[in-house]
Design a protein around this ligand. Structure first.
Ligand SMILES: NC(=O)C1=CN([C@@H]2O[C@H](COP(=O)(O)OP(=O)(O)OC[C@H]3O[C@@H](n4cnc5c(N)ncnc54)[C@H](O)[C@@H]3O)[C@@H](O)[C@H]2O)C=CC1
Ligand SMILES: O=C([O-])CC(=O)C(=O)O
Length: 272
C-alpha cells in the first residue's frame, strides 16, 4: 500500500485525507504538514488512523513516503516541489499555476527524469483535458471562460493591482481578459485550471482566459472553447463550490481523490 504525505490541510487536503481514512482510496496517510498547524491538528482529529504532523515541509519527503500530495498553494510548489522529487518521492500537484513559470516547470521536468519520479496533475475543476491533449497538434485556439461569485474571487492579487473592490461588483462583469500565464499570477487561488489547460494544449501565452464576476451565481462555471483542424470542442462545467472554501469547486476535490485512487490501485485505467 502506498504511503502518502499531505502538504496542505485545507478544503482539498481534508477531503483527500478523509477518502483515505474511509478506504475509498487504498493508501496510508502517514505524514501531514500545513504552515497553519491548527489546520493539520483539526484534520488529524477527524481521522481514525492518525498521521504524524511534521514540523516543516522537508520532513514530509525525507520520511518514508511514496507520494506527496500538494494541496496548499503555488508558493508551496515553488519552494518545496524540487526537494520532494530530489528525495525520490512522486508528487501530485493541485496548485498547477506554479508550473506556468518556465523555470519551475523545466527544473521539475528535468528532476523527474533524473530521479525517475512522476508528477501527477489531476484534471481538477474542469472536464475535457483528455480531448485537448489528444487534439494538441491540431489546435488553433483555446479560450477558458470562468465565472465565479465575487466572494469566491476576493483576496486575489488582481484587485490590489487594479485598486478595485470586489464587493462593489453588483452585476455580471468581465474583470479580466488575457493570457493564462498572467491569469494564474493575478488569481493564484482561482484559476489553476487555466494552467492545466495550457499544459495540455497551446501553452500559457496562447491559452486565453476570461474571468467573469457574477454576484447572482452560486456556481464556479468553467467553459472551454477550443477549435482547430480537428473541429471544435465546447465544454462547460457548473461546479458547486466547496462549503469551506468557495474558491474551490467540489469537482476539483473529487478529481484529486479519483487521481489518487488511480495512482494507488492496480486495476483497469479508464480514459487517456
Ligand atoms: N487544479 C485545480 O483544478 C484546482 C486547484 N486548486 C488549488 O489547490 C490548492 C489547495 O486548494 P484548497 O484546499 O481549496 O485551499 P485551502 O485554502 O482551503 O487550503 C490550503 C491549505 O494549505 C495551507 N498552505 C498554504 N500555503 C502553504 C505552504 N506554502 N506551506 C504549507 N501549507 C500551506 C493553508 O494554510 C491551508 O490550510 C490551492 O492552491 C488552490 O488554488 C483549487 C481548486 C482547483
Ligand atoms: O475550483 C475551481 O473552480 C477552480 C480553481 O479554484 C482553480 O483552478 O484554482
Amino acid at each position: 500500500m502506498k504511503r502518502i504525505g499531505l502538504l496542505g490541510c485545507g478544503a482539498i487536503g481534508t477531503q483527500i485525507a478523509l477518502a483515505i481514512n474511509s478506504g475509498q482510496v487504498q493508501a496510508e496517510l502517514t505524514h501531514v504538514y500545513d504552515y497553519d498547524k491548527s489546520k493539520a491538528e483539526s484534520l488529524v482529529a477527524r481521522l481514525d488512523k492518525k498521521p504524524t504532523i511534521v514540523e516543516n515541509p522537508h520532513l514530509l519527503s525525507s520520511n518514508n513516503v511514496d507520494l506527496v500530495v500538494e494541496a496548499a498553494s503555488q508558493d508551496a510548489i515553488k519552494n518545496h516541489a524540487l526537494s520532494i522529487i530530489q528525495n525520490r518521492k512522486d508528487l501530485m500537484i493541485m496548485s498547477v499555476g506554479a508550473l506556468l513559470d518556465e523555470s519551475v516547470f523545466d527544473i521539475l521536468f528535468d528532476a523527474c527524469h533524473e530521479f525517475k519520479k512522476r508528477i501527477y496533475l489531476p484534471s481538477g475543476a474542469i472536464a475535457g483535458l483528455d480531448a485537448i491533449k489528444s487534439v494538441k497538434s491540431e489546435l488553433e485556439s483555446v479560450t477558458l471562460i470562468t465565472t465565479k461569485n465575487p466572494k469566491a474571487l476576493a483576496g486575489a492579487k488582481f484587485f490590489e493591482t487594479k485598486n478595485m473592490d470586489v464587493h462593489s461588483i453588483k452585476e455580471k462583469t468581465v474583470i479580466f481578459e488575457g493570457a493564462a500565464k498572467e491569469a494564474v499570477t493575478l488569481f493564484p487561488a482561482n484559476i489553476n485550471v487555466a494552467a492545466l489547460l495550457s499544459l495540455a494544449g497551446l501553452g500559457s501565452e496562447k491559452t486565453l482566459v476570461k474571468i467573469v464576476a457574477d454576484p447572482n451565481t452560486n456556481k464556479n462555471t468553467h467553459k472551454i472553447e477550443a477549435s482547430g483542424i480537428f473541429g471544435k470542442i465546447s465544454i462547460q462545467v457548473e461546479n458547486v463550490p466547496d462549503n469551506t472554501n468557495p474558491k474551490t469547486s467540489r469537482l476539483a476535490i473529487l478529481s484529486a481523490i479519483e487521481c489518487l485512487h488511480t495512482i494507488c490501485s492496480d486495476d483497469i485505467k479508464i480514459g487517456t
